[in-house]
Design a binder for this molecule. Sequence first.
Ligand code: KG4
Ligand code: ZN
Length: 414
Amino acid sequence: MPDWARASFERRVPIRMTGDMNVARALWGRYLDPMSIGADYSSGNHPATEGQLPKGDLLVLGLETSCDETAASVVRLTPDGTATVLSSVVHSQIDDHAAFGGVVPEIAARSHVEMIAGVTERAMTEAGLGYGELDGVAATAGPGLVGGVMVGLSFGKAAALARGLPFVGVNHLEGHAVSARLGAPVAYPFLLLLVSGGHCQLLEVRGIGDMSRLGTTIDDAAGEAFDKIAKAMGLGYPGGPALEKLAASGDGSRFDLPRALLGRKDCDFSFSGLKTAASRLAQTVETDQDRADLADAVQSAIARQLAERSERAMKDYAEKHAHRLFVVAGGVAANRTVRSTLESVAAKHGFSFFAPPMAYCTDNAAMIALAGAERLQLGLTSDIDTAARPRWPLDEARALADPVHPAGRKGAKA
Ligand code: KG4
Ligand code: ZN
């Protein structure tokens, strides 16, 4: 074998090789199917021994590039769990995608490449810190548009390697789950409704890395429903905020939109019937007032379903937990009607209610830095060869045992 092929003194094999699979499996087995969920490639958490656990405050740089925001943030976490955001820089790519009516994955990935260094530098400057003062680097490792995930992940690994810092690959959903703790001293455990463009789930959150899924959408996510209906109504991208604005001057009571999963005992969601009905109605409305009325009807229908399914989960949760806290997080939690509808349902069932500040509802890196810091506090770090994951359920065991969506080539859906 020529020298160039054996710099590491091991056989070089292409990742997707043909030929002697046994040799490849022995050397690089876990790379052979990097999409498969059972592979030991990105949950590479290394628990520290008691003596190695960090004692004081932790300063962590977080990076987020899983969709259409390039974001970097520095968060300080004290031993008692108090989080302070020292900086949170978010570059939105809305202008890059608006003309296409949705996120174009390749444009997103290329924009992350251009922006990540500048956004990170700004986050460090605004925090008033040098890399030498950090205790770790955290980056979203999935789920998301994998071309984008790879940008922040690789950048984060490089920063950690260059400075000899611990690296933490963070599940984007875990970031949303802890985002409430950025705004207030929210204590574990809590019942979480995670509603974003890609996900709609109810979760029991007992702590970092310790969450069980109680229900999930069987078709579209709530944010996806907002976006698709808004698109059918000719509103811009992203649709959620545009639809909320239009709904403010509407009265949707004359529209009778379908209600999904009524009477079902589980905590799952479904928005496809509503999406189809509303998109059909969007073709028939004529005046600006009609459109505002339809927007209001859609917003109320989405809020109502979120409330109905959350109510179902609250009943189960209340049987197990004396401390009743209900948290809503993710981009759709920025919607005022959604927030207020959920707040009343929580009050009705004796739950206190918390939603993160608006800036931490939609994608940001402060939530990734905090999730990373909480992991570091427990002594959990990730392998430097952690892979980017297009799919990565928070509750992997439940997703595998009880898949709502077939696992497919890319692994189980969240
Ligand atoms: O959490 P996020 O920023 O990204 C994902 O992880 O998906 O959520 C984005 C989603 C989009 O679907 C967007 O339309 C929705 O959140 N969203 C809203 C509002 N602001 C953002 N939906 C309804 N009303 C809003 N004000
Ligand atoms: Zn998100």
